[in-house]
Design a protein around this ligand. Structure first.
Ligand code: BES
Ligand code: ZN
Ligand code: ZN
Length: 473
Protein backbone atom coordinates (compact mmCIF):
# COMPACT_ATOMS: atom_id res chain seq x y z
CA UNK A 1 0.00 0.00 0.00
CA UNK A 2 1.22 3.48 -0.80
CA UNK A 3 0.95 6.40 1.57
CA UNK A 4 0.92 9.81 -0.06
CA UNK A 5 0.55 13.29 1.21
CA UNK A 6 -0.92 14.72 -1.95
CA UNK A 7 -3.92 13.71 -4.05
CA UNK A 8 -2.73 11.53 -6.89
CA UNK A 9 -5.71 12.12 -9.14
CA UNK A 10 -6.68 8.50 -8.87
CA UNK A 11 -8.56 8.86 -5.64
CA UNK A 12 -11.85 7.00 -5.71
CA UNK A 13 -13.16 8.38 -2.47
CA UNK A 14 -12.18 11.75 -1.11
CA UNK A 15 -12.81 11.84 2.59
CA UNK A 16 -13.26 15.15 4.36
CA UNK A 17 -13.20 15.45 8.11
CA UNK A 18 -16.18 17.45 9.31
CA UNK A 19 -17.19 18.43 12.81
CA UNK A 20 -20.51 18.76 14.51
CA UNK A 21 -20.39 22.51 13.91
CA UNK A 22 -19.08 22.32 10.34
CA UNK A 23 -20.96 24.74 8.10
CA UNK A 24 -21.42 23.38 4.59
CA UNK A 25 -21.24 26.17 2.10
CA UNK A 26 -19.38 24.54 -0.76
CA UNK A 27 -21.96 22.01 -1.81
CA UNK A 28 -25.55 21.13 -1.34
CA UNK A 29 -25.71 18.73 1.54
CA UNK A 30 -29.06 19.02 3.21
CA UNK A 31 -28.53 18.61 6.91
CA UNK A 32 -31.37 16.92 8.74
CA UNK A 33 -30.22 18.34 12.02
CA UNK A 34 -27.19 20.41 12.93
CA UNK A 35 -24.24 18.27 13.81
CA UNK A 36 -25.56 15.08 12.32
CA UNK A 37 -22.93 14.76 9.58
CA UNK A 38 -20.12 15.49 11.95
CA UNK A 39 -21.01 12.94 14.60
CA UNK A 40 -17.86 11.12 15.62
CA UNK A 41 -17.22 8.11 13.41
CA UNK A 42 -20.22 8.74 11.12
CA UNK A 43 -19.23 8.15 7.51
CA UNK A 44 -21.53 9.57 4.81
CA UNK A 45 -20.75 8.61 1.23
CA UNK A 46 -21.96 11.06 -1.42
CA UNK A 47 -21.34 11.34 -5.14
CA UNK A 48 -19.24 14.22 -6.31
CA UNK A 49 -20.97 16.96 -8.33
CA UNK A 50 -18.85 15.94 -11.30
CA UNK A 51 -20.05 12.34 -10.94
CA UNK A 52 -16.43 11.24 -11.29
CA UNK A 53 -15.72 10.06 -7.81
CA UNK A 54 -17.20 9.78 -4.45
CA UNK A 55 -16.70 11.93 -1.47
CA UNK A 56 -17.18 10.97 2.10
CA UNK A 57 -17.96 13.14 5.06
CA UNK A 58 -16.00 11.74 7.94
CA UNK A 59 -17.50 12.74 11.26
CA UNK A 60 -14.86 14.07 13.64
CA UNK A 61 -17.17 14.82 16.56
CA UNK A 62 -16.72 17.95 18.64
CA UNK A 63 -14.08 20.20 17.13
CA UNK A 64 -12.58 21.10 20.51
CA UNK A 65 -12.15 17.44 21.46
CA UNK A 66 -10.58 16.38 18.18
CA UNK A 67 -7.21 14.72 18.82
CA UNK A 68 -4.84 12.05 17.51
CA UNK A 69 -6.85 9.14 18.91
CA UNK A 70 -10.07 10.50 17.37
CA UNK A 71 -8.37 10.95 14.00
CA UNK A 72 -6.96 7.41 14.19
CA UNK A 73 -10.37 6.02 14.97
CA UNK A 74 -12.38 7.92 12.36
CA UNK A 75 -9.76 7.21 9.70
CA UNK A 76 -10.17 3.50 10.44
CA UNK A 77 -13.97 3.81 10.15
CA UNK A 78 -13.61 5.76 6.90
CA UNK A 79 -11.29 3.14 5.40
CA UNK A 80 -13.49 0.27 6.63
CA UNK A 81 -16.61 1.80 5.07
CA UNK A 82 -14.86 2.45 1.75
CA UNK A 83 -13.42 -1.07 1.71
CA UNK A 84 -16.90 -2.45 2.21
CA UNK A 85 -17.72 -0.66 -1.08
CA UNK A 86 -14.59 -2.16 -2.70
CA UNK A 87 -12.93 1.26 -3.01
CA UNK A 88 -9.18 0.94 -2.63
CA UNK A 89 -7.76 4.39 -3.49
CA UNK A 90 -8.62 6.85 -0.78
CA UNK A 91 -7.69 10.31 0.38
CA UNK A 92 -8.46 12.27 3.49
CA UNK A 93 -8.33 15.97 4.26
CA UNK A 94 -9.88 18.58 6.52
CA UNK A 95 -13.02 20.25 5.19
CA UNK A 96 -13.57 24.04 4.93
CA UNK A 97 -11.04 25.48 7.33
CA UNK A 98 -9.19 22.85 5.39
CA UNK A 99 -7.70 25.34 2.99
CA UNK A 100 -4.06 24.90 3.76
CA UNK A 101 -4.70 23.13 7.03
CA UNK A 102 -2.00 20.59 7.67
CA UNK A 103 -1.87 17.43 9.69
CA UNK A 104 0.92 17.49 12.29
CA UNK A 105 3.53 14.75 12.39
CA UNK A 106 1.72 12.98 15.25
CA UNK A 107 -1.64 13.37 13.49
CA UNK A 108 -0.22 12.00 10.23
CA UNK A 109 1.12 9.00 12.08
CA UNK A 110 -2.23 8.43 13.78
CA UNK A 111 -4.07 8.65 10.43
CA UNK A 112 -1.73 6.14 8.79
CA UNK A 113 -2.11 3.77 11.75
CA UNK A 114 -5.89 4.16 11.52
CA UNK A 115 -5.90 3.54 7.76
CA UNK A 116 -4.01 0.27 8.14
CA UNK A 117 -6.13 -0.82 11.11
CA UNK A 118 -9.36 -0.04 9.26
CA UNK A 119 -8.19 -2.08 6.26
CA UNK A 120 -7.02 -5.01 8.39
CA UNK A 121 -8.72 -8.39 7.99
CA UNK A 122 -7.46 -11.89 8.77
CA UNK A 123 -8.71 -13.47 5.55
CA UNK A 124 -5.88 -15.73 4.41
CA UNK A 125 -7.99 -18.86 4.91
CA UNK A 126 -10.97 -17.50 2.98
CA UNK A 127 -11.85 -18.27 -0.63
CA UNK A 128 -10.41 -15.61 -2.91
CA UNK A 129 -13.89 -14.43 -3.82
CA UNK A 130 -14.59 -13.57 -0.19
CA UNK A 131 -11.51 -11.39 0.14
CA UNK A 132 -11.66 -7.66 -0.27
CA UNK A 133 -8.96 -6.37 -2.66
CA UNK A 134 -6.12 -4.75 -0.71
CA UNK A 135 -6.13 -1.03 0.05
CA UNK A 136 -4.01 0.38 -2.77
CA UNK A 137 -3.30 3.88 -1.64
CA UNK A 138 -4.16 6.30 1.10
CA UNK A 139 -3.39 9.96 0.61
CA UNK A 140 -3.43 12.35 3.53
CA UNK A 141 -3.79 15.75 1.96
CA UNK A 142 -1.57 18.12 3.88
CA UNK A 143 0.05 15.19 5.70
CA UNK A 144 3.56 15.11 7.12
CA UNK A 145 5.87 12.68 5.30
CA UNK A 146 7.76 11.52 8.37
CA UNK A 147 4.58 11.11 10.36
CA UNK A 148 3.02 9.02 7.59
CA UNK A 149 6.09 6.80 7.45
CA UNK A 150 6.09 6.37 11.22
CA UNK A 151 2.40 5.49 11.14
CA UNK A 152 2.99 3.00 8.36
CA UNK A 153 5.66 1.24 10.41
CA UNK A 154 3.48 1.13 13.53
CA UNK A 155 0.38 0.07 11.60
CA UNK A 156 2.27 -2.72 9.84
CA UNK A 157 3.74 -3.89 13.15
CA UNK A 158 0.20 -4.10 14.51
CA UNK A 159 -1.02 -6.05 11.48
CA UNK A 160 1.96 -8.37 11.87
CA UNK A 161 1.15 -9.03 15.54
CA UNK A 162 -2.54 -9.54 14.76
CA UNK A 163 -1.79 -11.95 11.91
CA UNK A 164 0.42 -14.06 14.16
CA UNK A 165 -2.11 -14.03 16.98
CA UNK A 166 -5.07 -14.86 14.76
CA UNK A 167 -3.33 -18.04 13.55
CA UNK A 168 -4.92 -21.02 15.28
CA UNK A 169 -3.21 -23.43 17.67
CA UNK A 170 -2.83 -26.11 15.01
CA UNK A 171 -0.67 -23.72 12.98
CA UNK A 172 1.13 -21.62 15.57
CA UNK A 173 2.51 -23.68 18.46
CA UNK A 174 5.72 -23.12 20.44
CA UNK A 175 7.86 -24.63 17.66
CA UNK A 176 6.33 -22.73 14.77
CA UNK A 177 6.25 -19.51 16.79
CA UNK A 178 9.99 -19.89 17.40
CA UNK A 179 10.50 -20.41 13.68
CA UNK A 180 8.57 -17.22 12.92
CA UNK A 181 10.81 -15.41 15.42
CA UNK A 182 13.96 -16.59 13.62
CA UNK A 183 12.52 -15.39 10.32
CA UNK A 184 11.60 -11.99 11.73
CA UNK A 185 15.05 -11.57 13.30
CA UNK A 186 16.82 -12.47 10.07
CA UNK A 187 14.72 -9.91 8.21
CA UNK A 188 15.38 -7.15 10.74
CA UNK A 189 18.93 -8.02 11.73
CA UNK A 190 17.99 -8.80 15.34
CA UNK A 191 19.86 -11.17 17.63
CA UNK A 192 17.73 -14.23 18.18
CA UNK A 193 18.26 -17.05 20.59
CA UNK A 194 15.86 -19.94 20.99
CA UNK A 195 16.05 -22.36 23.91
CA UNK A 196 14.49 -25.81 23.59
CA UNK A 197 12.82 -27.82 26.34
CA UNK A 198 16.10 -29.34 27.52
CA UNK A 199 17.79 -25.95 27.79
CA UNK A 200 14.75 -24.53 29.56
CA UNK A 201 14.87 -27.34 32.13
CA UNK A 202 18.65 -27.09 32.54
CA UNK A 203 18.37 -23.35 33.18
CA UNK A 204 16.04 -24.18 36.08
CA UNK A 205 13.03 -22.57 34.41
CA UNK A 206 10.77 -25.22 35.90
CA UNK A 207 7.71 -23.02 36.17
CA UNK A 208 7.77 -22.39 32.42
CA UNK A 209 8.75 -25.97 31.67
CA UNK A 210 6.04 -27.64 33.76
CA UNK A 211 3.20 -25.79 32.03
CA UNK A 212 4.40 -27.09 28.68
CA UNK A 213 4.75 -30.71 29.62
CA UNK A 214 1.15 -31.77 29.02
CA UNK A 215 1.40 -30.89 25.35
CA UNK A 216 2.63 -32.94 22.39
CA UNK A 217 4.56 -29.82 21.35
CA UNK A 218 7.43 -28.93 23.69
CA UNK A 219 8.04 -25.41 25.03
CA UNK A 220 10.42 -22.85 23.59
CA UNK A 221 11.99 -19.68 24.93
CA UNK A 222 12.50 -16.86 22.45
CA UNK A 223 14.87 -13.98 23.18
CA UNK A 224 15.23 -11.26 20.55
CA UNK A 225 17.51 -8.25 20.86
CA UNK A 226 17.41 -5.06 18.85
CA UNK A 227 20.53 -2.91 19.22
CA UNK A 228 20.72 0.54 17.62
CA UNK A 229 23.61 1.55 15.37
CA UNK A 230 24.70 4.53 17.46
CA UNK A 231 24.89 5.12 21.21
CA UNK A 232 22.40 3.22 23.37
CA UNK A 233 20.27 5.47 25.58
CA UNK A 234 18.41 2.78 27.51
CA UNK A 235 17.97 -0.96 27.73
CA UNK A 236 14.36 -2.13 27.97
CA UNK A 237 12.92 -5.64 28.26
CA UNK A 238 9.50 -6.46 26.83
CA UNK A 239 8.13 -9.78 28.06
CA UNK A 240 5.09 -11.42 26.46
CA UNK A 241 2.87 -14.24 27.65
CA UNK A 242 3.06 -16.88 24.94
CA UNK A 243 0.53 -19.61 25.65
CA UNK A 244 -0.20 -20.72 22.09
CA UNK A 245 -3.38 -22.43 23.28
CA UNK A 246 -4.83 -22.41 26.78
CA UNK A 247 -7.12 -25.39 27.32
CA UNK A 248 -6.81 -24.88 31.08
CA UNK A 249 -4.80 -28.10 31.39
CA UNK A 250 -6.19 -30.68 33.85
CA UNK A 251 -8.42 -27.90 35.26
CA UNK A 252 -9.88 -27.83 31.79
CA UNK A 253 -11.91 -24.83 30.69
CA UNK A 254 -15.62 -25.01 29.90
CA UNK A 255 -16.74 -25.27 26.29
CA UNK A 256 -17.52 -21.56 26.40
CA UNK A 257 -14.34 -20.57 28.24
CA UNK A 258 -12.05 -22.45 25.87
CA UNK A 259 -13.24 -20.52 22.80
CA UNK A 260 -10.70 -18.11 21.29
CA UNK A 261 -7.94 -19.34 23.61
CA UNK A 262 -5.54 -19.31 20.66
CA UNK A 263 -5.20 -15.65 21.57
CA UNK A 264 -3.51 -16.47 24.89
CA UNK A 265 -0.29 -15.79 22.97
CA UNK A 266 -1.27 -12.13 22.46
CA UNK A 267 1.52 -10.81 24.71
CA UNK A 268 4.19 -12.71 22.79
CA UNK A 269 2.76 -11.57 19.45
CA UNK A 270 2.73 -7.96 20.66
CA UNK A 271 6.36 -8.36 21.74
CA UNK A 272 7.20 -9.46 18.18
CA UNK A 273 5.36 -6.47 16.70
CA UNK A 274 7.14 -4.10 19.09
CA UNK A 275 10.52 -5.54 18.05
CA UNK A 276 9.61 -5.03 14.40
CA UNK A 277 8.57 -1.41 14.99
CA UNK A 278 11.59 -0.61 17.19
CA UNK A 279 13.98 -1.89 14.52
CA UNK A 280 12.23 -0.19 11.62
CA UNK A 281 11.94 3.10 13.51
CA UNK A 282 15.65 2.76 14.36
CA UNK A 283 15.01 3.73 17.98
CA UNK A 284 18.15 4.71 19.93
CA UNK A 285 17.55 2.11 22.65
CA UNK A 286 18.29 -1.56 23.16
CA UNK A 287 15.12 -3.62 23.24
CA UNK A 288 15.04 -7.18 24.53
CA UNK A 289 11.91 -9.08 23.56
CA UNK A 290 11.41 -12.30 25.50
CA UNK A 291 8.61 -14.85 25.44
CA UNK A 292 8.16 -18.29 26.95
CA UNK A 293 6.07 -20.31 24.50
CA UNK A 294 3.99 -23.21 25.77
CA UNK A 295 0.77 -24.98 24.98
CA UNK A 296 -1.32 -25.64 28.11
CA UNK A 297 -2.85 -29.09 27.56
CA UNK A 298 -4.06 -31.99 29.69
CA UNK A 299 -2.47 -35.38 29.21
CA UNK A 300 -0.58 -37.99 31.22
CA UNK A 301 2.47 -35.75 31.36
CA UNK A 302 0.58 -32.63 32.41
CA UNK A 303 1.34 -30.77 35.64
CA UNK A 304 -1.37 -31.07 38.26
CA UNK A 305 -2.97 -29.22 41.15
CA UNK A 306 -0.92 -29.75 44.35
CA UNK A 307 2.36 -30.01 42.41
CA UNK A 308 5.16 -28.02 44.02
CA UNK A 309 7.53 -26.38 41.57
CA UNK A 310 10.80 -24.62 42.20
CA UNK A 311 11.04 -21.57 39.93
CA UNK A 312 14.34 -20.32 38.50
CA UNK A 313 14.76 -17.75 41.31
CA UNK A 314 14.58 -20.55 43.88
CA UNK A 315 11.08 -19.83 45.21
CA UNK A 316 8.71 -22.80 45.50
CA UNK A 317 5.17 -22.57 44.17
CA UNK A 318 2.20 -24.75 45.03
CA UNK A 319 -0.09 -25.27 42.05
CA UNK A 320 -3.78 -24.77 42.80
CA UNK A 321 -5.25 -24.45 39.35
CA UNK A 322 -3.55 -25.50 36.13
CA UNK A 323 -5.57 -22.82 34.32
CA UNK A 324 -3.58 -20.10 36.12
CA UNK A 325 -0.64 -21.09 33.93
CA UNK A 326 0.23 -17.63 32.59
CA UNK A 327 1.85 -16.44 35.83
CA UNK A 328 3.98 -19.60 35.96
CA UNK A 329 5.26 -19.12 32.42
CA UNK A 330 5.96 -15.43 33.08
CA UNK A 331 7.63 -15.95 36.46
CA UNK A 332 10.82 -17.51 35.07
CA UNK A 333 10.92 -15.17 32.09
CA UNK A 334 10.74 -12.17 34.44
CA UNK A 335 13.63 -13.63 36.45
CA UNK A 336 15.59 -14.02 33.23
CA UNK A 337 14.73 -10.46 32.14
CA UNK A 338 15.91 -9.14 35.53
CA UNK A 339 19.31 -10.74 34.95
CA UNK A 340 19.80 -8.50 31.90
CA UNK A 341 19.72 -5.52 34.31
CA UNK A 342 17.51 -3.43 32.03
CA UNK A 343 16.32 0.09 32.86
CA UNK A 344 12.75 -1.21 32.83
CA UNK A 345 10.82 -4.42 32.31
CA UNK A 346 7.32 -4.39 30.89
CA UNK A 347 5.31 -7.57 30.54
CA UNK A 348 2.12 -7.93 28.54
CA UNK A 349 -0.22 -10.81 29.23
CA UNK A 350 -3.75 -12.11 28.81
CA UNK A 351 -3.51 -13.07 32.46
CA UNK A 352 -6.81 -12.87 34.30
CA UNK A 353 -10.45 -13.12 33.26
CA UNK A 354 -11.26 -10.87 36.24
CA UNK A 355 -9.73 -7.92 34.38
CA UNK A 356 -12.95 -7.82 32.36
CA UNK A 357 -15.13 -7.85 35.48
CA UNK A 358 -13.08 -4.99 36.93
CA UNK A 359 -12.64 -2.72 33.93
CA UNK A 360 -14.80 -3.94 31.05
CA UNK A 361 -13.65 -4.78 27.57
CA UNK A 362 -11.99 -1.54 26.55
CA UNK A 363 -9.43 -0.85 29.27
CA UNK A 364 -6.31 -2.80 30.17
CA UNK A 365 -5.02 -3.13 33.73
CA UNK A 366 -1.68 -1.62 34.70
CA UNK A 367 0.15 -3.00 37.71
CA UNK A 368 3.20 -0.93 38.43
CA UNK A 369 4.80 0.36 41.60
CA UNK A 370 7.21 2.74 39.89
CA UNK A 371 5.52 6.14 39.58
CA UNK A 372 7.74 7.35 36.75
CA UNK A 373 7.25 4.24 34.63
CA UNK A 374 3.53 4.24 35.36
CA UNK A 375 3.23 7.92 34.36
CA UNK A 376 5.25 7.38 31.19
CA UNK A 377 3.11 4.41 30.16
CA UNK A 378 -0.11 6.28 30.90
CA UNK A 379 1.05 9.27 28.85
CA UNK A 380 1.99 6.96 25.97
CA UNK A 381 -1.37 5.20 26.19
CA UNK A 382 -3.18 8.55 25.93
CA UNK A 383 -1.34 9.34 22.69
CA UNK A 384 -1.86 5.80 21.40
CA UNK A 385 -5.61 5.92 22.09
CA UNK A 386 -5.42 2.92 24.41
CA UNK A 387 -6.82 2.92 27.94
CA UNK A 388 -4.80 1.80 30.96
CA UNK A 389 -6.10 1.73 34.51
CA UNK A 390 -3.58 1.47 37.32
CA UNK A 391 -4.22 -0.78 40.30
CA UNK A 392 -2.22 -0.60 43.52
CA UNK A 393 -0.43 -3.65 44.88
CA UNK A 394 -0.10 -2.33 48.43
CA UNK A 395 -2.77 -4.40 50.19
CA UNK A 396 -0.77 -6.61 52.56
CA UNK A 397 -3.78 -8.70 53.58
CA UNK A 398 -4.46 -9.51 49.95
CA UNK A 399 -0.79 -10.37 49.52
CA UNK A 400 -0.98 -12.78 52.49
CA UNK A 401 -3.38 -14.91 50.48
CA UNK A 402 -0.46 -15.86 48.23
CA UNK A 403 1.50 -17.45 51.07
CA UNK A 404 1.75 -21.16 50.45
CA UNK A 405 1.00 -23.90 52.94
CA UNK A 406 3.63 -26.36 51.79
CA UNK A 407 5.57 -23.96 49.56
CA UNK A 408 6.81 -20.34 49.60
CA UNK A 409 3.98 -19.23 47.40
CA UNK A 410 0.72 -20.50 46.15
CA UNK A 411 -0.42 -19.80 42.69
CA UNK A 412 -3.61 -17.93 43.54
CA UNK A 413 -5.46 -16.65 46.59
CA UNK A 414 -8.99 -17.17 47.98
CA UNK A 415 -9.69 -13.46 48.59
CA UNK A 416 -10.64 -12.22 45.11
CA UNK A 417 -8.88 -9.32 43.43
CA UNK A 418 -7.60 -11.72 40.78
CA UNK A 419 -6.00 -9.13 38.52
CA UNK A 420 -4.07 -7.55 41.41
CA UNK A 421 -3.12 -10.98 42.73
CA UNK A 422 -1.75 -11.83 39.27
CA UNK A 423 0.49 -8.76 39.52
CA UNK A 424 1.48 -9.54 43.11
CA UNK A 425 2.46 -13.07 42.13
CA UNK A 426 4.63 -11.86 39.24
CA UNK A 427 6.27 -9.27 41.50
CA UNK A 428 7.90 -12.13 43.41
CA UNK A 429 10.05 -12.90 40.37
CA UNK A 430 11.25 -9.43 39.39
CA UNK A 431 14.40 -7.84 40.81
CA UNK A 432 12.85 -5.13 43.05
CA UNK A 433 15.51 -2.61 42.02
CA UNK A 434 14.29 -2.63 38.39
CA UNK A 435 11.23 -0.53 37.42
CA UNK A 436 8.64 -3.03 36.22
CA UNK A 437 5.13 -2.83 34.81
CA UNK A 438 2.64 -5.59 34.15
CA UNK A 439 -0.11 -4.93 31.61
CA UNK A 440 -3.05 -7.35 31.81
CA UNK A 441 -4.82 -7.36 28.46
CA UNK A 442 -7.10 -10.35 29.08
CA UNK A 443 -10.20 -8.21 28.50
CA UNK A 444 -8.94 -6.19 25.54
CA UNK A 445 -6.84 -8.57 23.43
CA UNK A 446 -9.70 -10.04 21.43
CA UNK A 447 -12.88 -8.54 19.98
CA UNK A 448 -15.66 -10.37 18.20
CA UNK A 449 -16.80 -7.33 16.21
CA UNK A 450 -15.40 -4.55 14.04
CA UNK A 451 -15.33 -1.09 15.60
CA UNK A 452 -13.00 1.90 15.57
CA UNK A 453 -9.47 0.70 14.92
CA UNK A 454 -10.35 -2.89 15.85
CA UNK A 455 -11.27 -5.74 13.53
CA UNK A 456 -12.77 -9.06 14.59
CA UNK A 457 -10.06 -11.11 16.27
CA UNK A 458 -6.78 -10.04 17.78
CA UNK A 459 -6.51 -6.35 18.73
CA UNK A 460 -2.78 -6.20 19.54
CA UNK A 461 -3.94 -3.96 22.40
CA UNK A 462 -1.05 -2.11 24.06
CA UNK A 463 1.34 -2.46 21.11
CA UNK A 464 0.93 1.21 20.17
CA UNK A 465 1.38 2.26 23.80
CA UNK A 466 4.63 0.31 24.02
CA UNK A 467 6.01 1.72 20.77
CA UNK A 468 5.05 5.23 21.90
CA UNK A 469 6.77 4.63 25.25
CA UNK A 470 9.94 3.31 23.61
CA UNK A 471 9.95 6.28 21.24
CA UNK A 472 9.75 8.67 24.21
CA UNK A 473 12.98 7.41 25.79
N1 BES B 1 -5.71 -17.13 29.67
C1 BES B 1 -6.51 -17.05 30.83
C2 BES B 1 -7.09 -15.65 31.05
C3 BES B 1 -8.05 -15.16 30.01
C4 BES B 1 -9.41 -15.33 30.19
C5 BES B 1 -7.59 -14.49 28.90
C6 BES B 1 -10.29 -14.87 29.23
C7 BES B 1 -8.46 -14.03 27.94
C8 BES B 1 -9.82 -14.21 28.10
C9 BES B 1 -5.69 -17.41 32.07
O1 BES B 1 -4.70 -18.35 31.86
C10 BES B 1 -6.65 -17.98 33.06
O2 BES B 1 -7.28 -18.94 32.76
N2 BES B 1 -6.72 -17.36 34.23
C11 BES B 1 -7.58 -17.79 35.26
C12 BES B 1 -6.88 -17.52 36.57
C13 BES B 1 -7.54 -18.16 37.76
C14 BES B 1 -7.61 -19.65 37.61
C15 BES B 1 -6.74 -17.79 39.01
C16 BES B 1 -8.88 -17.02 35.14
O3 BES B 1 -8.88 -15.86 34.74
O4 BES B 1 -9.93 -17.61 35.44
ZN1 ZN C 1 -5.40 -20.38 31.89
ZN1 ZN D 1 -3.86 -18.36 29.94
Amino acid sequence: MRFLNFPDGETQVRGEIVFEDTFFDKFSVKCGAPGVWGRKGKISLIFDESGKGMRALVGGGERAKFSGPTLREVTAEFVRTCRAHSCSRLSLEFYNDGKGQKFSRAASSAAAEGALAGAYRFDKYLENSDKAPPLESFALIGGDEEGLERGRIIGEAESYAKDLCNEPGNVVNPLTFAFVATKLSARLGLDCSISDEREIAEAGMNALWCVGKGSATPPRLVHLVYRPQGPVRKRIAIVGKGVTFDSGGLCIKTREGIKTMKHDKSGACIMMGVMKAAAELKLPIEVNGIAGLVENMPDGGAYRPDDIIRAMNGKTIEVLNTDAEGRLTLADVLTLASKLEPDAIIDVATLTGTAKAALGSYTAALLCEDDDLSAALSASAAIAGERLHRFEMDDERLRNGLKGIHADLRQSSPDGGGTIIGGMFLREFVDPSIPWAHIDIAATAWYDKNFGVYSTGSSAYSLRTLVEYLSSL
